[in-house]
Design a protein around this ligand. Structure first.
Ligand SMILES: C[S@@+](CC[C@H](N)C(=O)[O-])C[C@H]1O[C@@H](n2cnc3c(N)ncnc32)[C@H](O)[C@@H]1O
Length: 351
């Protein structure tokens, strides 16, 4: 095993539900492909995984739509709610969105907390400790926590510095489908109770696959997961946008919305779509939309206006910095992948 790889969460047999899945490494590698192609920029992700083969443009674009939809909610929440705000990213994996987002896109942010299993946190700490003097780390907090631990999870977050009286957005990107339906319910219940008691605004934003197995794509999706030994108990429990909205309502969120990713993609502002078209033009839109229609982004709000997270406002954070774009452009004359990775390392060492 190279030093950029980590044991999968599965080594923790007790209460990790990941079986033998490299959940976060898989996601990080796909995101690295996106970064290497120039869709967005993350200064740290390349330190956690190695990209041996770029993903297809269809997959890159799908990941971009996912990241855009989630971070746009963060930005909309921070801009739309006055005063201080907190972000809690549950099951964050190796993502470093705080360091991707531009300051203008999260006004008033006082805390960015990430929660994951100890193995992931340990690996992340190892890398981040080398950069801990950088500006954004003052409001960054990484803690170990178990999403199956109900009230214990809330206590760990409070111990880590979460203040429930401050408006907070909770992110659950590609996590809850892996958990049993009752864990979904308990996480959402605990968050809603916490903020109802504190009478403070809260928003949860999730991203998940969904399948009714009523079409070929859905059937193949489930068959492939089973072949790889991946269990997603909530894929079937919440197979539609309607079912995601129902559980949010049942757990105390008063404004709810689940959007299939095809519609979320359509809602990306045209200049952003034009930008990614110029990176990797796509011909297979039918296939792309079929893929997207099996994923959704869902939003629950408490004391938060319906308009927050629902608009089509632009998110400038995902446009990579100028110097990075120039480097990628220059490198594409050679070998996009190897040169980009080489450059990442040089940039990493200059921090
Ligand atoms: C598929 S990965 C997604 C990572 C990241 N959110 C993304 O979308 O790229 C699922 C993440 O959930 C974490 N996870 C799984 N079970 C968990 C649990 N019981 N408690 C906390 N985190 C968990 C895994 O360690 C992993 O980082």
């Amino acid at each position: 095993m190279s030093d950029t790889e980590m044991p999968p969460p599965s080594v923790r047999k007790s209460n990790s539900l990941f079986g033998d899945i490299f959940g976060c490494t898989d996601a990080a590698t796909a995101k690295l492909s996106c970064i290497g192609a120039g869709y967005y920029y993350d200064p740290y992700l390349h330190q956690f995984t190695t990209l041996t083969q770029s993903r297809s443009r269809l997959i890159n674009r799908g990941y971009f739509a996912r990241i855009y939809s989630i971070l746009r909610c963060v930005s909309s929440f921070c801009k739309g709610i006055p005063g201080n705000k907190q972000v809690v990213f549950l099951g964050a994996g190796f993502d470093s969105y705080l360091f991707t987002m531009k300051e203008d896109d999260h006004p008033g942010l006082t805390l960015w907390m990430e929660v994951d299993l100890p193995e992931v946190v340990m690996k992340k700490n190892e890398i981040y400790s080398q950069h801990a003097k950088r500006e954004n780390f003052s409001r960054y907090k990484l803690i170990s926590g178990d999403l199956l631990d109900g009230p214990g999870l809330i206590q760990s977050m409070k111990d880590g510095g979460l203040d429930p009286s401050i408006p907070t957005i909770y992110l659950l990107e590609c996590v809850t489908a892996y958990l049993p339906p009752e864990a979904n319910r308990s996480i959402l219940n605990n968050i809603s109770q916490l903020h109802r008691t504190a009478a403070s605004p809260a928003m949860v934003v999730g991203y998940d696959p969904m399948s009714q197995q009523t079409d070929n794509f859905g059937k193949v999706m489930v068959a492939n997961l089973m072949k790889r030994g991946i269990e997603m108990p909530s894929l079937m429990a919440f197979p539609t946008t309607q079912s995601r909205e129902d559980i949010l309502r049942e757990t105390g969120f008063d404004s709810v919305q689940a959007i299939n990713m095809k519609n979320a993609y359509m809602n990306i502002p045209p200049p952003e779509k034009a930008r990614i078209d110029s990176i990797e033009p796509l011909d297979e839109f039918e296939e792309f939309f079929l893929l997207l229609s099996h994923y959704c982004v869902w939003i629950g709000r408490i004391f938060v206006p319906d308009t927050i997270g629902a608009g089509d406002e632009t998110l400038s954070s995902l446009i990579p910095p100028e110097h990075f774009r120039k480097l990628l452009k220059a490198q594409k004359q050679y070998s996009p992948l190897s040169m980009a990775m080489h450059q990442f390392d040089r940039m990493g060492s200059s921090f």
